[in-house]
Design a protein around this ligand. Structure first.
Ligand code: PSV
Ligand code: MN
Ligand code: MN
Length: 431
């Protein structure tokens, strides 16, 4: 397998930390054994956990005010893939990438797929972009894409999504994620029902173009770029559209796309119940679509979401296979470092949720024992599972301390030499 980080460097760093890790792991194993939990089973599940990296997350993000790019940023999809390989080699839990078109300009898909194969990286959900006009575009998305009053603009947006399916097929992806910025800025600007009807009619055309083994995921977002109304503003509109379109269409939950304090874990439960949970975009937020690093602000919320997911697995819920992905904007950190750390923070929530004694929790729920029920969750959340995560990484050849190895590898400064900055780069996907 092609590697970007020297294996010897990882091994040396791991050896220097191994004694300490083994001691911590043994102590945690003893503690868990007293609760009848087999640490080895949890470590195996941790090792199996994977979350996709968004291709656009590998470049420095920005706001509408400014973007402050770092040095050595990837300038094209091959370089983004290179960074994704680094993230996976060190974290051991990000073996796939989600591309975004046309931000990711690809001349030769088979070459891209082959390079990814060499890195051991898979391609997952393809993201379309109908929230920006492309140079020379004949019909503008200024007033929307799939719901635009102009038939020509709608057709353009439909065709772009169909094209994205075609690109994804060449890469071996199996789903299309549709997020649109369609909406309105003024009360009365848009007829809510007619706009939603147009959106649904357009989505039907895209749905018809889905290969049999593909899914389509709809991503809702409360506001922005439209500030008065947004066509798929919440999980209500989302699930209605997904239900209308058919079984291959499901809802995607981006954590930052909800109002602060929304009970996202309950939305997740509802989507699971009606077989409509397509996947996640993990990130964190304080105000809105902040796209902060996963788990940096609300680790308990992230744990409670995984509590629902692990519960669904425990109950052997049918057709339950949500796609996990990060969707973050890294404005002040090295994106690779943020992505490594965030992937592990999501994995941490998953592992903690595995520690919940489901039968005990169901018992407390039946007995209406609110305090013991909440403590069952809190006790799992409060346990430091770092040794399990580190051991899972070590056993698969990833780094016990990924950020330390990343920094000592000098990867970014090497890239700064190899990837001179593009003076025209302006946005997270536009490099
Ligand atoms: C815009 O909010 C957004 O961040 C959505 O979350 C999409 O997933 C992403 O852009 C890429 O289209
Ligand atoms: Mn998203
Ligand atoms: Mn977003």
């Amino acid at each position: 397998m092609l590697r970007r980080i020297d294996e010897a460097l990882i091994n040396r760093a791991n050896q220097s930390l191994l004694n300490e890790l083994e001691a911590d792991y043994a102590a945690l194993g003893d503690k868990l054994a007293r609760q009848n939990i087999d640490i080895e089973a949890i470590t195996r599940s941790a090792a199996d956990f994977q979350i996709a990296v968004p291709s656009w997350g590998t470049g420095t993000g920005g706001t509408r005010f400014a973007r402050f790019p770092g040095t050595g940023e990837p300038r094209n999809i091959f370089e983004k893939l290179e960074d994704c390989a680094v993230i996976n080699e060190l974290s051991g839990c990000t073996d796939s990438v989600s591309p975004h078109f046309p931000w990711d300009k690809v001349d030769d898909f088979s070459e891209l797929k082959q390079t990814a194969d060499e890195y051991g990286i898979k391609w997952v959900s393809v993201n379309s972009n109908t929230f920006q006009d492309q140079p020379g575009q004949e019909h503008s998305y200024k007033y929307g894409s799939l719901s635009n009053t102009s038939k020509e603009a709608r057709e353009l947006a439909i065709q772009h999504n169909l094209d994205c399916i075609g690109y994804g097929q060449q890469l071996g992806a199996k789903s299309l994620t549709v997020w649109v910025g369609d909406g309105s800025n003024h009360p009365g600007q848009q007829h809510f029902q007619r706009a939603f009807e147009r959106y649904l009619a357009s989505m039907e055309q895209i749905y018809k173009g889905l290969p049999d083994d593909w899914e389509m995921h709809i991503e809702h977002k409360m506001f922005e770029p439209a500030f008065y109304s947004t066509i798929i503003q919440d999980w209500g509109s989302n699930i209605l559209a997904a239900m209308q379109l058919g079984p291959k269409c499901k809802s995607l939950v981006d954590l930052g796309h909800h109002a602060p304090n929304t009970n996202i874990e309950m939305i997740v439960s509802r989507l699971i119940q009606f077989k409509k949970l397509g996947g996640f975009h993990f990130n964190d937020s304080k105000y809105g679509d902040d796209d902060l690093d996963s788990g940096s602000l609300h680790p308990y919320q992230q744990f409670l979401i995984f509590n629902e997911l692990v519960d669904a697995e425990y109950r052997k819920e049918q057709d339950f296979n949500p796609a996990y992905m990060l969707d973050q904007s890294h404005n002040v950190t090295d994106p690779a470092e943020s992505l490594i750390n965030s992937a592990i923070e999501v994995q941490r929530s998953f592992v903690k949720a595995l520690l919940v004694n489901r039968e005990a929790l169901y018992g407390y729920q039946e007995d209406n024992d609110a305090l013991m029920a909440s403590l069952e969750l809190k006790n799992a959340f409060n346990l430091d599972v770092s040794p399990i995560l580190a051991m899972a990484r070590y056993r698969k050849g990833a780094a016990i301390n990924p950020l330390a190895v990343y920094r000592s590898s000098g990867y970014r400064s090497k890239m700064a030499e190899l990837r001179p900055r593009d003076p025209n780069a302006t946005g997270s996907g536009i490099v």
